[in-house]
Design a binder for this molecule. Structure first.
Ligand code: FEO
Length: 397
């Protein structure tokens, strides 16, 4: 049975939720599920914005049939070809023989690559600022490359001032009946998952997100309709402002994230002592055991906090394996503009500190303020070094 929600008088949410997916994109845990949003505009012409993942395609097709109420579908606007949004393109093209696909050239190429579908007679290729009039509404297409694939575009409905923003401004988590962000306590319950979604999936492409934010600022937006998460119709700054910070790689909070990799508990002990000494000095701290916490939580926290401390055991003459993975990922996500401190541990040849430093040397504006080297476990002499590091970090705020 169809399950839809009205967005405006002539716009219907026709997406669906998936709470059985364990790993989004095969790598990100989604304990609260995920929504795949699609929207149906019923103007003089009817327009479907995006499709959904194959897991929810049956409900999606029922939703469209309900929304069309016997009318034909005129256009399918495709913003993004990642399969969680494009899996049903072929099904739509087959089910609605009169529909015309509206996309940019790159999307058309990717649709052919992924699905073997290509029909120039049923496709309109659009470019930056091209418009499509559907009766009352005028839709303007704006390219948003690398937010977060190269073919991504967004649509601005000039009539109702709605931005259909593709992956941008989305969030992990199924919609539990609430489609609009103002129906939930977003800051309390969803900001963390929004950060985890943005930083892990789009975080590498801060410059491109900034370019999209500039385009968004050039038009009067009253509503944002992303393809995951909530529709925004109030307090748009609540979603735009954190994205501005994250995409400029500026921290949201002053404080220290300590992530450690410990084999027998000695590196953990050093990290715990540092956290206590920082709290003694009035500094906020959060801690992660990188062997236990999901990498996506740590990437997200690294984007949130102003100061980062990484403490790692040495393993096979290198950085401990779980820490190595996190740091490679963090560097790949272009982390920058942080105050950094490193702690290494090793019994006969500690090397993890030097190797972590080398990894961060490729990042912009990482201010390394201290390093501590531990031989097997913390001694009285190391305690003094940790105290000194706490002093240095506290003085750097
Ligand atoms: Fe939700 Fe980039 O796909």
């Amino acid at each position: 049975m169809y399950c839809t929600r009205k967005v405006t008088d002539d716009l219907l949410w026709v997406g669906a939720n998936d709470r059985r997916l364990s790993m989004f994109e095969g790598v990100y845990s989604v304990p609260d599920g995920v929504s795949y949003n699609a929207y149906l505009l019923t103007d003089e012409k009817t327009v479907l914005f995006d499709t959904v993942d194959k897991a929810v395609v049956d409900r999606f097709m029922e939703n469209i049939e309900f929304g069309l109420d016997g009318r034909k579908l005129d256009y399918l606007v495709v913003h993004h070809i990642e399969p969680d949004h494009s899996s049903a393109i072929k099904a739509i093209m087959n089910a609605y023989p009169e529909v015309t696909l509206v996309s940019n050239q790159k999307s058309a190429d990717f649709i052919a690559q992924f699905y073997g579908y290509s029909d120039a007679s049923r496709t309109i290729i659009v470019k930056e600022n091209d418009t499509l009039n559907t009766g009352k509404h005028t839709l303007r297409f704006m390219m948003a490359p690398m937010v977060h694939w190269p073919e991504v575009m967004v649509t601005y409905d000039e009539t109702d001032r709605i931005l259909f923003s593709a992956d941008a401004f989305g969030c992990f988590g199924a919609l539990n009946g609430a489609l609009f962000a103002d129906e939930v306590d977003f800051a309390r319950d969803y900001l963390d998952e929004t950060r985890r979604y943005y930083t892990n999936i789009v975080g590498k492409y801060g410059a491109q997100t900034q370019a999209l934010l500039k385009k968004a600022a050039s038009v009067d937006i009253r509503m944002i309709c992303p393809i995951h998460g909530f529709v925004w119709r109030k307090n748009l700054d609540e979603i735009l402002q954190p994205h501005d910070l994250w995409s400029r790689y500026e921290p949201e909070e002053q404080g220290v994230m300590i992530a450690y990799a410990s084999i027998y508990g000695n590196t953990e002990n050093a990290a715990e002592i540092l956290a206590c000494r920082l709290r003694d000095r009035g500094v906020k701290t959060v801690m992660f055991d990188v062997s236990v916490s999901p990498a996506s939580d740590i990437i997200s926290a690294a984007f949130k906090w102003s100061h980062l401390v990484f403490a790692s055991a040495t393993y096979n003459a290198g950085i401990f394996v779980t820490m190595d993975g996190i740091l490679q990922e963090l560097v790949a996500h272009n982390i920058r503009n942080r105050t950094l401190a490193l702690m290494e541990n090793g019994t006969w040849a500690p090397t993890s500190g030097k190797l972590m430093k080398e990894l961060f040397s490729g990042c912009k504006n990482m201010n390394l303020v201290g390093e501590v080297s531990i031989k097997s476990g913390v001694k009285e002499s190391t305690l003094a070094e940790i105290e000194a590091l706490a002093d240095t970090i506290a003085a750097s705020f």
